[in-house]
Design a protein around this ligand. Structure first.
Ligand code: SDX
Length: 422
C-alpha cells in the first residue's frame, strides 16, 4: 500500500483526495472532487474510471489473466460445469453436491413458458435479428413472473431457465422448426443444463435427439468462458438499470441489446463474416491487414483488440483449443479455421498490432465452434448472451445488495451559452 491520500495543486491551492485499495488495484476516490475543487473529471469511454467495487470477476489486462470469484479461468474451465460456474458467480463460492442439486432442480422448476409468449413469438417476423427478438421477449417475461416467483432468489432460477427456451425458440423460428412446447421443452428435465439447451435447439418431431458429448462439452466450455468479464459495456448497462431499481428482466433485456453491438458481443458474427469475405475475395490476408491499419478506412480486424487485455485474452487461447478439438473430433475440414489460424499468425508479427497490443479476443474463434455446431451466424451473439447471463445477474444482485447510488455520470457541456428566442 503506497499511500492513503493523493495531494495535488490547482491554481496554487492544495487539495487531498483519499486512495481506495482493492485486491489488486488502487484508485483515487473523486467522489468529493467537484465539491472541493469545482472540477469534474473527463474520461470518455470510462477508460480510467472505476464505477463500482465488485468481487465477482477480475481481469489483469497486462498479464492476460481472468479470475471468477478468485479462481483462474483455466481452472474453472477444467474443473467446473457452466451451472457450477453460474452458482459461483451468483453466490460467491462453488456449490457442494447438495447445493448444486438444489440449484439445478430449482432451475428445472421454471423450465416452461406462458402460452402468451408462444403467441407473441408467432407474430414476430422470422427475418428479425435474433438478438432483437431475444431482448424483446426477455423484457416481456416481466409480465409473467409475479405468479410463479415466490422467493426473491426465484427470479435468477427463472431467467436461467427461460433464456435458453427463448433462444431455442428464436433459432427454431428462424430455421422453420416447430416451436410448440411439446417439441421444445417437454421431457427435458432429465437432461443437464447444456444438453437440454442443445436438445431444445435441435430436436425434431418423430426423432429422438442424440446427445453428442463433443458438442455438449464444447458448448458448456463456451458458456463458461462468456460468463462474466468485469464492467464490459453490457454488464455496466445491466448495473445501471439495477441502480434505478429496474427489474431483473428489463435490466437483462437492456444488457442483451448492448451486447448486440458489433464492437462488443456482435463481434463473433462479424469475425466469421470478415473471414468469409477474406476467403471469398481470394484469401489475400495482407491486403485486409493493410485496410485495418489504414486510419482513413473504418474497417477493423474483428476479433482483435480489447479495452483491457493488452496481452492475449486468456479465453481466446482456450476457445482456439476447443475449436481445434471440435473440428478434429467432428471430422470436418473447415477452411475458415485454417484461415483464422493463418491470419492470427501473420497479425501477431505485424508491428502495427504489436505496438498497439492488439491480440485475438474471445470473439475471434468462438464463431468457428458455433458454426461447427450448426448454429447460424446471426445466432452467435445469442449464444454469447446465454453464457453472460449469470454474470449479468450477479452484477445486478451485487449492485442491489450494496444499495449503490443511481448511476448518473456528468458531462462537459460544449453547446451554446444561454440565448433567447427572438
Ligand atoms: C468483447 O469489454 C469487454 O470485456 C468485452 C468482452 C466481454 O467479454 O464482454 O471481452 C467481449 O466485446 C470483445 C471485443 C470484441 N470486439 C471486436 O473484436 C471488434 C474489434 N476490436 C476493436 O473495435 C477494439 O479493439 C475494441 C472495441 C475491442 C476496443 O477498443 P478500445 O479499447 O476503445 O480501443 P481503441 O478503439 O481506442 O483502439 C486503440 C487503437 C486505435 O488506433 P489509434 O487511434 O490509437 O491509432 O488501436 C486501434 C484503433 O484504431 N485498433 C484497431 C483494432 N482495435 C483497435 N485497429 C485495427 N483493428 C482492430 N481490431
Amino acid at each position: 500500500m503506497c499511500c492513503s491520500i493523493v495531494n495535488f495543486d490547482i491554481n496554487g491551492c492544495n487539495y487531498k483526495l483519499p486512495v481506495v485499495y482493492g485486491t489488486y488495484e488502487k484508485a483515487i476516490n473523486i467522489s468529493q472532487l467537484r465539491e472541493n475543487t469545482g472540477f469534474i473529471t473527463f474520461d470518455p469511454g470510462f477508460k480510467n474510471t472505476g464505477i463500482t467495487k465488485s468481487s465477482i470477476s477480475f481481469i489483469d489486462g497486462e498479464k492476460g489473466k481472468l479470475l471468477y470469484r478468485g479462481y483462474p479461468i483455466e481452472q474453472i474451465i477444467n474443473k467446473c460445469s457452466f451451472i457450477e460456474t453460474s452458482y459461483l458467480l451468483l453466490n460467491g463460492e462453488l456449490p457442494n453436491t447438495a447445493q448444486l442439486k438444489y440449484f439445478s432442480e430449482k432451475i428445472k422448476e421454471f423450465n416452461f413458458l406462458s402460452q402468451e409468449i408462444y403467441q407473441i413469438l408467432d407474430k414476430i417476423p422470422a427475418f428479425y435479428h435474433p438478438m432483437g427478438i431475444l431482448s424483446s421477449l426477455t423484457c416481456i417475461l416481466t409480465a409473467f413472473t409475479d405468479s410463479i416467483q415466490e422467493e426473491e432468489e426465484d427470479m435468477y432460477f427463472n431467467l436461467l431457465a427461460k433464456l435458453p427456451i427463448l433462444s431455442a425458440l428464436t433459432y427454431r423460428k428462424k430455421v422453420g422448426l416447430p416451436t410448440d412446447y411439446e417439441v421444445v421443452s417437454k421431457n427435458n428435465n432429465n437432461l443437464d443444463y447444456t444438453s437440454n439447451l442443445l436438445k431444445m435447439f435441435f430436436s425434431v418431431p418423430k426423432k429422438s435427439y442424440q446427445i453428442n458429448p463433443v458438442i455438449t462439452d464444447a458448448l458448456d466450455k463456451l458458456l463458461i468462458l462468456h460468463a462474466d468479464h468485469e464492467q464490459n459495456c453490457s454488464t455496466t448497462t445491466v448495473r445501471l438499470l439495477g441502480s434505478v431499481h429496474a427489474n431483473l428482466f428489463s435490466s437483462v433485456s437492456a444488457g442483451i441489446s448492448a451486447l448486440w453491438g458489433r464492437l462488443h458481443g456482435g463481434a463473433n458474427q462479424a469475425v466469421i463474416e470478415m473471414l468469409e469475405n477474406i476467403l471469398n475475395s481470394g484469401g489475400n490476408i495482407k491486403k485486409w491487414i493493410e485496410k485495418a491499419k489504414d486510419k482513413k478506412n473504418p474497417f477493423r480486424l474483428m476479433g482483435f483488440g480489447h479495452r483491457i487485455y493488452k496481452n492475449f485474452d486468456p479465453r481466446a487461447k482456450i476457445v482456439k483449443k476447443v475449436a481445434e478439438n471440435v473440428i478434429q473430433k467432428l471430422g470436418i475440414s473447415d477452411p475458415i479455421l485454417e484461415l483464422a489460424k493463418e491470419l492470427e499468425e501473420i497479425v501477431l508479427k505485424e508491428p502495427y498490432f504489436i505496438e498497439k497490443k492488439l491480440y485475438p479476443n474471445i470473439d475471434f474463434y468462438s464463431g468457428i465452434i458455433y458454426q461447427a455446431m450448426g448454429i447460424p451466424k446471426d445466432m452467435f451473439t445469442v449464444m454469447f448472451a446465454l453464457g453472460r447471463l449469470p454474470g449479468w445477474m450477479a452484477h445486478w444482485k451485487e449492485m442491489r445488495l450494496n444499495r449503490e447510488p443511481i448511476g448518473r455520470p456528468r458531462q462537459i457541456y460544449i453547446g451554446y451559452k444561454k440565448r433567447n428566442i427572438h
